[in-house]
Write a protein that binds this ligand. Structure first.
Ligand SMILES: Cc1cc2nc3c(=O)[nH]c(=O)nc-3n(C[C@H](O)[C@H](O)[C@H](O)COP(=O)(O)OP(=O)(O)OC[C@H]3O[C@@H](n4cnc5c(N)ncnc54)[C@H](O)[C@@H]3O)c2cc1C
Length: 475
């Protein structure tokens, strides 16, 4: 690959989500303006956008929690919103067997019915005793080996099918890292003996949220900080001529580039390109769609919901796998905080788990009544439904092999596909990772650093890992 120097190249960026904005922001830091972002929507933010419904409720595309592995990201967030942040302590719960249990369930099994608690404990003891040295073949095997039969059957397998919309036997397990709380048997037993619940766990046990405007406010501000004209909205790429370095848009216009940084979904990018040799690998990527259902309510949350952030649902009695008490994130998420509150549900969809689109809002309200999140359907004053066709990049068994063909195959033509669906790596697909993928690819092109997030996700996810992106050379 022969690339022109960054300061002399025509740089095209596809997508004004966190990845595209991160790349643009870093180029600006380096003193460069020779780039344009092409965004198909009329606003910036991508999946991290927020929307206001007709009744005045604000919604994210699923509960977005702001936490980060990077000083660079945190500093940028401080710069963008200053003191307009609200700070929260995470309270996550599981609803099962007609009760709320603090998350992670494995640390709080004392709350299960006695026979199920016994199953879980027996399984945990057995998997500590019967250690197997070979690598598990898939996520399901990893679950059995890490948590034992009881927890696998009662929670981990049903819950993970509901989140991923694929059977865990079809997923890899190398994405896990810090994302799934692992087992500390001594602590679990002591929690049972001492009658103690553990409510806060994990990398995001504290998080912050914009005072107003939802998560999307962050990305609106970053977009507004770019020079006028840096983003062209309403520009949907319909054809990529990689060999001649030209993109065509649905409005018939075309643009030439020297370097293309793309954050649109990788499967879509390859599909509209002339790179037929990459199409078989792109067809191997799996994803799930996410339905986000916002339920605007009158009154106030019940006392049991007053401090909860979100709840997980492993049982089929309800359509959703997760519900966020979104009005707890900011009073500005509802039209009048003295009269309203809000819940936001997420429902996964894939060929292995179809969803009846026309019925999902009604099913959500019924599910919320069944789980006693709301008392009466008459309290619902507004509903909002958004379907993200690309919701979760599935860490399927064939993913890494497909990516090992796709990403270098595109780079050969000076195309750098990055971000949640650009790089298709779930383990580095949150807002912080996505922004940093944009920043780090620019650093690499500027010979300023490596792409740690893309290439070494475990290192990126280590608490405050060595980070590359800081101020540096400028042209
Ligand atoms: C349900 C859900 C919950 C989440 N929760 C969290 C959370 O709690 N914390 C967190 O940090 N992150 C969370 N995320 C992830 C977060 O949304 C992503 O990290 C982030 O939005 C990814 O940024 P991106 O720029 O890579 O991709 P995107 O946000 O998808 O941006 C890609 C952009 O490309 C544009 N585009 C697509 N196709 C074309 C085309 N043909 N032509 C031109 N433009 C195009 C899109 O319109 C979009 O603006 C969540 C995501 C989902 C779906």
């Amino acid at each position: 690959m022969n690339l022109p120097a960054l300061d002399r190249a025509r740089i095209a960026i596809i997508g004004a989500g966190p990845t595209g904005l991160g790349a643009a922001h870093r180029l600006r830091e380096l003193g460069l303006t020779n780039f344009t972002i092409f965004e198909k929507e009329s606003h910036a933010g991508g999946l991290a956008s927020s929307y206001v419904d007709r009744a005045g409720f604000t919604w994210d595309v699923g509960g977005h929690v702001q936490f980060s592995h990077y000083d660079y990201f945190d500093n940028l967030m401080d710069q963008l919103l200053g003191d307009e942040w609200l700070h929260h302590e995470r309270e996550a719960w599981v609803w099962m067997r007609e009760r709320f249990i603090p998350y992670p369930l494995q640390n709080n099994i004392r709350n299960l019915p006695p026979n199920e608690m016994r199953d879980c404990l027996r399984g945990l003891i057995a998997c500590g005793r019967d250690r197997v040295e070979t690598h598990p073949a898939n996520f399901e095997e990893w679950i059995y080996r890490s948590f034992g039969e009881g927890l696998a059957r009662h929670f981990m397998l049903p819950y993970n099918f509901r989140v991923w919309a694929y059977p865990p036997s079809e997923l890899a397990y190398d994405w896990i890292g810090e994302r799934v709380a692992q087992v500390d048997l001594e602590r679990i037993v002591l929690n049972i003996v001492d009658g103690r619940d553990e409510v806060s766990w994990g990398p995001n046990n504290k998080f912050r949220f914009p005072r107003r405007g939802g998560t999307g406010e962050i990305w609106k501000r970053l977009a507004a900080s770019l020079p006028a004209g840096a983003i062209e909205f309403g520009k949907a790429i319909s054809r990529l001529d990689a060999r001649n370095k030209q993109i065509r848009f649905t409005d018939g216009s075309t643009e030439s580039y020297d370097i293309l940084i793309s954050s649109m979904p990788l499967d879509d990018l390859v599909c509209v390109s002339d790179l037929d040799n990459l199409k078989p690998a792109a067809a191997k990527l799996c994803r799930s769609a996410t339905h986000v259902i916002g339920i605007g309510l009158k009154g106030a949350p019940g006392p049991h919901l007053k401090r909860k952030c979100w709840m997980y649902f492993p049982e089929d009695q309800v359509p959703f796998y997760r519900v966020t008490v979104f009005s707890n994130y900011s009073p500005a998420n509802v039209p009048d905080s003295s009269r309203n509150w809000s819940l936001m549900a997420e429902v996964s969809e894939s060929p292995a788990k179809p969803v009846e689109c026309a019925k999902v809002v009604e099913q959500t309200v019924h599910g919320m009544l069944a789980a006693r999140l709301i008392e009466s359907a008459a309290d619902v004053v507004s509903t909002w439904h958004y379907r993200a066709g690309h919701g979760y990049p599935t860490p399927s068994l064939g993913r890494n092999e497909a990516l090992s063909v796709l990403l270098p195959g595109l780079e050969h033509y000076a195309i750098f596909s990055r971000g949640r669906f650009g790089a298709w790596k779930y383990e580095v697909s949150n807002q912080d990772h996505s922004l940093m993928q944009g920043v780090e690819v620019v650093n690499r092109l500027a010979h300023e650093g490596e792409e740690i997030t893309l290439n070494r996700p475990n290192e990126a996810n280590r608490p405050r890992a060595a980070k590359t992106a800081t101020a540096g050379k400028s042209w």
